[in-house]
Every structure is written in structure tokens, then in C-alpha cells.
Design a protein around this ligand. Structure first.
Ligand code: BG6
Length: 484
């Protein structure tokens, strides 16, 4: 069956930076379904050739050495452009006609990709519905929706209603690109294709879990967007909670969309949203120095660019095990990691009895950029009596499978073409995730507790974050990964 991908918001940054490079890579690896066509739709008045020309330059830049001019020429012949405005019904009619022309009435899987500004999601969906583009007349119709999916639980619910007015849930693919990362999928493999971790993956052995998504970059040119968004909406509601779900979920009966998503949703249901008093004690917020000088940022803005949040997953497996989530811009280095900090041995027989949690076993799952896994354990230092030192077993994806780490969007696009929604968020999942974030956002808006701490760029966030962990007898694992 033929496949057509229609990208709304085609002239935007995401299309040139991520989507088209991912499609080109799939083409290069011969993974695109037969008879694939890509149709861009946005207001810029491009011809097919103009758009192909622009994309050639950006793709060459983003895929680096994998760019091959001859291969690009073959790939570019699949790329078309239809100028149009989401607000204009007749532009959708024209798009409909163009699709018919290109598809020559063969059976076709058609995937609509919403890569526009979020305020256009609802009108675009309604127009798609109104002109019959969602009707599954000669093959499946699917819609991929980029993040952010709403600004809070209520707007996410409204958007879900609009989506369900036109598409059935099985046709909807809500993207969180973190789920397309190989190392995030590998978390499921690590847990559920091995037997040695599962027996200790619970409150009996684990002291706490730390999930860090640190970015070295600042807000850069996205000042206006970011200032209205902040770190909780930008990173926590989606990426960090996805990592938490992957770490905490039970084994699904099989690796299938509904089974996987049912288990993830159970984790969210087990997290009680924080009450205002708990927001004051269990969250931290910060803003890097220099943020206020960013173009587009409001004067005196109180938007947080750093946050740390302590959540409890109240179920049998995780009762009493805190999950510390932290993310920030302008941090020491770029690293996304999940740290499983195990408990201390009950007594320390090899020294004068002092037991330090930070020295207990630790499993570090490096999601990026130094993709890998390290298991830390105590070892006897040779020839020094019974002196011990923490050492590690180190698995490095790059060393083991050199050069095959694909971009997240390759996997996600392919899954959307093939109708596998396992790595996409379901409607209840996004609403429940907002239900965890909303109370923090509203407490932050209405009180000054916790205060907004300033932090110096290139550190690990505000000093208070360090003290906060120490006060709980714990310590952040602040290590920049070593790239091999
Ligand atoms: C996006 C956020 O969803 O994820 C950005 O909007 C952030 O602010 C980005 O920089 C991080 O993605 P990655 O894949 O680079 O970790």
C-alpha cells in the first residue's frame, strides 16, 4: 500500500531540523514503505522545487556525512508542496485534490503530521474532519500531534475532545520524542528481557531514583515561547514523566501499544498530585542568570528554567521510594540519566561501621549523550588492607554497536507509518500527566514558596538543590558523561 505523509507547518524548524532528515535517513536505509510521498502544507508560497531546494541544504547540514547528493535527488522526487493556510477551508479542499492527484486513487495509508504552532492544532483537526480527509475510504488515516499537547489538564482535555470529534483514538499518535530514543526503549529491554534486575527493582532494595535531564544550552532564540512555557511544561509534563513511567511501570503482558500504555497509565494513577504545602517542601525552582536578557523574555519574568520535584509512586512496588526529577537549561553539561540508588548494606563489616548511602550500589542509565549503563559497586583496593572503593561495570552503546544510534524521529515516523502506537502517548496518559504538573504550576503562580533561586550558568542549578538533597540524607549524582 502507498503511504503519504502530510506535514502541516512544513516551513517550520522541526520539519527541516528533524522530520525531513529522519525521512532521508529512512530512505537511505531502505526502510521507507514503498511508494512513500511527502506533502508539505504551510503558508509560505513555495513551489515543489523551492521546498526541495531548501530541504536539501538543511538536510545536508543535519545528517552530515550521511548526505549523498545522488541519493537526495532520488529522495527529493517524493517531496511535494502545497501552499495553504489552516484558517482557509478552500486551502484544505485544494490539498484534498492535490492528494488525490498524487495518489492516483490507489489504496493509501495517509499520516497527517501537526508540526504547527499549538494554537493551530484544533482548527487543523477540525478542517481535516470537515473536508473528509480523515475518512478511511481507501486505507488508514492517522494523525501525529507534536508536543505540547495542551498547557494544562483542561486544555489537554479540550484538545482530546476536538481530536476525538474527528479521529478515533487508535488513529492518534501523540509524540514525545524521548520515547523514540533507543536508550529509553532499552530501559524496557533492560528490565523485562533480563531476570537479574527485576527482583531488586523495588522498595526492598532501592533507596531512591534520580531522573535528570540537564541541558547545557540556554533558551537561545526561543525566548518568547519559553517564557510562556517554563521548564515544567517544556520538560516535566512529557519527557521526565515518560522516563519515570518507563522506570516504574510493571511488565506489560506483551510489547503492544495498549498493554504498554495501560501499565504506564497505572504509574501516573499511583502518583498523588502534590498539595500546596508539599509543593513548598518537595519542589524547587530556579532561573539561570542572564535569562532575563534573552530577547522575547518579559521584564522581571519569574519563569523557571530549572526545577527539581520529588514525587511518590504510591503502590506496592514503590511505597516509600522517592523519585527525584530534575531538569534545567544552562547547566554544567548535557546529560540525561536515570540513577537507581540502592540501599546500604545493613551493616558495614569492613570498616568502622559508617555507612554512606552515596557509596551504596548504583545503577546509572545514561540516556544521552554517552548512551550506556554503569553498575557501581564496592571493590577491595588491592594491597591496602580492607580499603574499599566504588568501581563500575561499564556498558557503552557506542563501543558495542558503533555508529548505529538513530535519531528518535526515524523510529517514531516509521511506527506511525506502520500503525504501531506503543511509543506514543494515549489521551488519558497526557491528561493524567498534566494532573501531576498542574498543582505545582498553580502553587508556583500563587505563592513565593519555594522561592525562585538564581543560579549561575554551567553549574548544576541553584545551591538550594544541593542542600535540599543533603537535608534528606541524599546527594545528586552530578557527573558529566565521558564521550567515547
Ligand atoms: C524539547 C524541548 O521537547 O526537548 C526543548 O522543548 C529541549 O526545550 C528538547 O531542548 C530536548 O530534547 P533532546 O532530545 O535534545 O534531549
Amino acid at each position: 500500500m502507498a503511504t503519504t505523509l502530510v506535514i502541516f507547518g512544513a516551513s517550520g524548524d522541526l520539519t527541516s531540523r528533524k522530520l525531513v532528515p529522519a525521512l532521508y535517513q529512512l530512505f537511505r536505509k531502505k526502510r521507507l514503505p514503498e511508494k512513500t510521498q511527502v506533502v508539505g502544507f504551510s503558508r509560505t508560497k513555495f513551489s515543489d522545487e523551492d521546498w526541495q531546494h531548501e530541504l536539501a541544504e538543511s538536510t545536508a547540514k543535519f545528517v552530515g556525512d550521511d548526505f549523498d547528493a545522488e541519493l537526495w535527488r532520488q529522495f527529493a522526487s517524493m517531496i511535494h508542496y502545497q501552499p495553504g493556510d489552516i484558517k482557509e477551508p478552500e486551502d484544505f479542499e485544494a490539498l484534498h485534490r492535490r492528494l488525490h492527484e498524487l495518489e492516483e486513487s490507489s489504496d493509501v495509508t495517509r499520516v497527517y503530521y501537526l508540526s504547527t504552532a499549538p494554537r493551530f492544532y484544533k482548527p487543523a483537526i477540525e478542517r481535516i474532519g470537515a473536508c473528509g480527509l480523515a475518512d478511511e475510504v481507501n486505507g488508514p488515516r492517522r494523525i501525529v500531534i507534536e508536543k505540547p499537547f495542551g498547557r494544562d489538564a483542561e486544555s489537554a482535555h479540550d484538545l482530546n475532545e476536538a481530536v476525538h470529534g474527528v479521529f478515533k483514538e487508535r488513529q492518534v499518535y501523540r509524540i514525545d520524542h524521548y520515547l523514540g530514543k533507543e536508550t529509553v526503549q532499552n530501559m524496557l529491554v533492560l528490565r523485562f528481557a533480563n531476570t537479574i534486575f527485576e527482583p531488586v527493582w523495588n522498595r526492598n532494595y532501592i533507596d531512591h531514583v534520580q531522573i535528570t535531564v540537564a541541558e547545557e544550552v540556554t533558551v537561545g532564540r526561543r525566548g518568547e515561547f519559553y517564557d510562556q512555557t517554563g521548564v515544567l511544561r517544556d520538560m516535566f509534563q512529557n519527557h521526565l514523566l515518560q522516563l519515570l513511567m518507563t522506570t516504574a511501570m510493571e511488565a506489560p503482558v506483551r510489547f503492544e501499544a495498549e498493554a504498554v500504555r495501560d501499565e504506564k497509565v497505572k504509574v501516573l494513577r499511583a502518583i498523588s498530585p502534590l498539595l500546596p504545602e508539599a509543593v513548598a517542601s518537595d519542589t524547587l525552582r530556579g532561573q539561570y542568570r542572564g535569562y532575563l536578557d534573552t530577547p522575547g523574555v518579559a521584564e522581571g519574568s519569574q519563569t523557571a528554567t530549572f526545577a527539581a520535584v520529588k514525587l511518590a509512586v504510591d503502590n506496592w512496588r514503590w511505597q516509600g521510594v522517592p523519585f527525584y526529577l530534575r531538569s534545567g537549561k544552562a547547566m554544567s553539561c548535557r546529560t540525561t540519566q536515570i540513577v537507581i540508588q540502592f540501599r546500604n548494606p545493613p551493616t558495614m563489616v569492613f570498616s568502622n561501621g559508617s555507612v554512606d548511602t552515596c557509596q551504596a550500589n548504583r545503577l546509572v542509565i545514561q540516556i544521552q549523550p554517552a548512551e550506556g549503563i554503569q553498575l557501581h559497586f564496592q571493590t577491595k583496593v588491592p594491597d591496602q588492607g580492607m580499603r574499599l572503593r566504588l568501581t563500575d561495570l561499564d556498558f557503552d552503546f557506542n563501543r558495542e554497536f558503533s555508529g548505529v544510534m538513530p535519531e528518535a524521529y526515524e523510529r517514531l515516523l516509521l511506527d506511525a507509518f506502520q500503525g504501531d502506537a506503543s511509543l506514543f502517548a494515549r489521551s488519558d496518559e497526557v491528561e493524567l500527566a498534566w494532573g501531576i504538573i498542574d498543582p505545582i504550576l498553580s502553587a508556583w503562580e500563587s505563592t513565593s514558596d519555594p522561592p525562585l533561586d538564581m543560579y549561575e550558568p554551567e553549574l548544576w542549578g541553584p545551591e538550594r538543590a544541593v542542600e535540599w538533597m543533603h537535608a534528606q540524607g541524599r546527594q545528586w549524582f552530578d557527573t558529566c558523561p565521558v564521550l567515547s
